[in-house]
Design a protein around this ligand. Structure first.
Ligand code: ZN
Length: 490
């Protein structure tokens, strides 16, 4: 298939997938029908097509377009090859039921019941029941991961990890090494905050499990700071402060319609980049709702400001960390005391309390993801046999609570997505520091800062976050020190 035909077809395919997901998530359609989209594009996933894309990448190693197209072709090829297994796992869990209090809870809803269960014994009981359902799909997960490893080698890559690194331009052991100091440097502050948080909900240290931390992090006491009535107005006001008026971004469509089938969680659907990007919300208020809206708005602003004349491969495909960086940047406003005081009008003391809580939440996530990267490198280099205890040990070391080894495959995203998040977490704090230094503490009220962000957004996914760090904010490279400094300022 000629390059331009492949790019045009791939763009149409992604756009169709995204439109389907948007319509179901927005409550406009009741069932997700992805199979017909895959079927009518079967030639995009043919063996010959994917090998052609890999060969094109190897012919011109300096071409980002060729690399991004190969990445898309390989990922879609592998996803298509394991889609029956993926569907079987998802469908088994969609229909699974957990018996609880003589009630039948859909497996999918157990998490939301867990984070609201105040009694530790009952919480642990329910978490055990949840694992009993999840573990039934582990044989299929083993099969799926082995298939991914075999496919990578059949395509001529040394290993699954080597494949991802080559397609993304990443060095994963290097990233893991760079983040390792995070454990030691945040150890005391993590331990102190964990201890205090668990004591506050009467969980003895020796019995603490991940469900207890999930309960602590649910923190309903903060929800009143984030009223539903202020969600959309605060957002419109904040964007206006950056000179980002909805009227001047015709591609960005804010969907606040209240439909019964609509997803309760905010999401961004870039159906056509930059001309049709949906930011979908069903306002319910509370800290999670604010965080989700601001996070997703970073994705939406990024996608809707990309230069439409860029080729598809640089407009739609590339380093996931880029879009996640802008998502984390806007999400960070929700725990910035100055923003909380100015925009939501809450007392300084309360804003400071919330900042500490949000940073503990972030620290938990960071320690978890750095450990997950370590474990996933081990999993993909050694295969899924007998690594469940390694999963438990690596995560227990990082998090200091009981980790169920049964989660060793369920807690893994495809293609080292964990690295995309980690790179974004690192770079976001570097970028935020730059904005603070250049535009001041109120950077989010500066039209000039907005213009600077738009100039970063316009080049789409052309430059990786390492390149943006070097060329746009005067940093030498990705550097985890600012992130660690933020985390220990708890
Ligand atoms: Zn995101």
């Amino acid at each position: 298939m000629p390059d331009t035909t492949f790019a045009d077809r791939a763009e149409q395919f992604l756009s169709d997938l995204m439109r389907e997901q948007y319509q179901v998530g927005a409550g406009l359609k009741s069932t997700l029908e992805l199979a017909p989209i895959y079927e009518r594009n079967a030639d995009l996933f043919a063996d010959a097509t994917v090998r052609e894309r890999i060969a094109a990448m190897k012919r011109d190693e300096s071409s980002k377009e060729a690399r991004h197209l190969a990445d898309f072709a390989v990922s879609s090829f592998i996803e298509n090859a394991v889609k029956e297994l993926s569907e079987q796992i998802t469908n088994a869990e969609l229909v699974a039921i957990v018996e609880w209090d003589e009630k039948q809870i859909p497996y999918q809803n157990v998490r939301s019941v867990l984070v609201r269960e105040a009694n530790m014994r009952r919480r642990h009981d329910l978490a055990d029941k949840q694992i009993k359902v999840m573990v039934k799909q582990n044989p299929m997960r083993v099969q799926r991961i082995k298939a991914q490893h075999d496919l990578a080698r059949n395509l001529g890559f040394g290993s699954y990890r080597a494949m991802i690194e080559q397609l993304r331009g990443w060095n994963l052991p290097e990233l893991s090494k760079q983040l390792k100091p995070l454990f030691e440097e945040t150890e005391d502050v993590y331990e102190e905050n964990l201890e205090r948080s668990l004591a506050a909900v009467r969980v003895p240290r020796k019995e603490a499990e991940t469900s207890d931390v999930a309960f602590v992090l649910r923190a309903p006491q903060f929800d009143s700071i984030f009223p539903v009535s202020q969600l959309v107005p605060s957002f419109v006001k904040t964007m206006k402060g950056l000179g980002l008026e909805f009227a001047s971004t015709p591609g960005l469509k804010l969907d606040t319609e209240d439909l019964p089938l609509k997803s309760p969680r905010a999401f961004c659907a870039p159906v056509r980049v930059p001309k049709e990007v949906y930011l979908v919300i069903k306002p319910i208020g509370g800290q999670d709702d604010y965080r989700a809206l601001y996070h997703e708005s970073g994705h939406a602003e990024h996608f809707s400001h990309i230069d439409e004349t860029l080729p598809f491969a640089l407009r739609y495909l590339g380093d996931e960390a880029i879009s996640e960086t802008f998502a984390f940047l806007f999400e960070s406003l929700s725990f910035t005391p100055r923003w909380l005081v100015d925009v939501l009008r809450i007392p300084v003391r309360e804003a400071e309390n919330y900042r500490r809580f949000a940073l503990f939440n972030k620290l938990w996530l960071l320690r978890r993801y750095v450990a997950k990267l370590q474990y996933e490198l081990h999993l993909h280099d050694n295969g899924p046999a007998r690594v469940d205890t390694d999963y438990r040990d690596i995560l227990t070391d990082a998090l200091h609570v009981k980790i169920p080894p049964e989660r060793y495959l369920d807690d893994v995203d495809d293609a080292f997505y964990v690295a995309g998040y980690l790179r974004a977490w690192v770079f976001e704090v570097q970028l935020r520091r730059y904005l603070l230094e250049r535009f001041g503490e109120g950077w989010y009220e500066s039209i000039e800062a907005g213009k600077f962000l738009q100039s970063l957004w316009s080049v789409g996914l052309r430059d990786s976050v390492d390149e943006i760090a070097r060329t746009r904010i005067g940093a030498e490279k990705l550097n985890a020190t600012p992130l660690i400094e933020e985390l220990i300022d708890l």
